[in-house]
Design a protein around this ligand. Sequence first.
Ligand code: C5P
Length: 400
Amino acid sequence: MSVSGKKILIAVSGGIAAYKIHFLIRDFVKKGAEVQVIMTPDAEKFVTKLSLSTLSKKPVYTDFYGDNGTWNSHVELALWADVIIVAPCTSNTLSKMVHGTCDNLLIATYMSAKCPVFIAPAMDLDMYQHPSTKKNLELAESYGHYIIPAESGELASGLIGQGRMAEPETIVKKIEEFFNSTQHKTLEGKTILITAGPTYEAIDPVRFIGNHSSGKMGFSLAEEAAKRGAKVILISGPSAEKTNIQNIEIHRVTSAKEMLEEVFQFYENVDVAIASAAVADYAPKEVAKEKIKKNDDNLTIELIKNPDILKTMGEKKNHQFLVGFALETQNEEENAKGKLEKKNLDMIVLNSLRDEGAGFKNDTNKIKIFTKTEKTEFDLKSKDEVAKDIFNFIENQLLK
Ligand code: C5P
């Protein structure tokens, strides 16, 4: 992982966290990056141009108009950068960025940029929680920018809570990870199909049979594959998850039957297929046309088996590398290995609901991976980290 030789434009706005930017610049410069700092006029009240330019070894700009009648070109600055980091990003600067209020050099530079933009917000507790801040951060994400969330702790106001700018080490790590993933497009040229989320099986026009799957694991897998350069076809059941990463083509479906149909639109031409969806095993035999009335004490709904999408993929497999998931509550390993065999898979990812932090809804997961010959255990990690482990494993298998 390296930022060596990278051109990093640090855009500082006027918050107390600006003092931490000295450490950020020093870290990047030590790692061999070229750093250019620009500031809003207010930022100068917190830190001096002299200290920042001494560390970055370049003049620091706040204004379009330089000394001796020169002009600081926001376009040149923007096109020079491999990445822009707005840190600290105040509520004011965030709002100007997302709404295009271009009244200073920092915003003009940001608006002229074509490179990735990272935003490290820093605000007081209530400002960070304000609906307008949340909306603006969402807007920034919808433009494809990366948010480095504020951390919790004691704030300059004396209040305690979320709002502190992420520590310089965290920011450096994010940027390193970003360059690392873009430098190593290990799945370039591959097409990967992923199923995600639950399925809903209609009982009547207002009710359904479903499950607690959030779709988080499938979306993390899709994002990781896309970061590694793959073309991703993500077929998701009803899930609140969203993504704005390029290279991910999302197809939203509701029922298992719809998921099956959508999968087989693409299956023939994919290199890897991963079934992480929690597909409902049964669906009502008939869907009532009108809302079922509450008449009798008992209501019986006849269920019939849904198609097993993954099993069908296994039957039709020719060149695809096929990955299944097993979410188990008992005899976990035995059941997972059974599914590997029965569904003709190349690998299966097991998560047990008996492991704390694993399975549905959580942001974390704890997995074991089985192939026909190997078993590998992993620690409890965030679903994004788990997605990395899964793709590292898949890539090794593809090389065999
Ligand atoms: O047999 P079981 O449902 O436990 O297997 C789980 C695996 O099979 C998961 O990968 C899941 O996505 C997939 N599956 C499927 N279609 C179904 C049921 C499960 O693709 N109807």
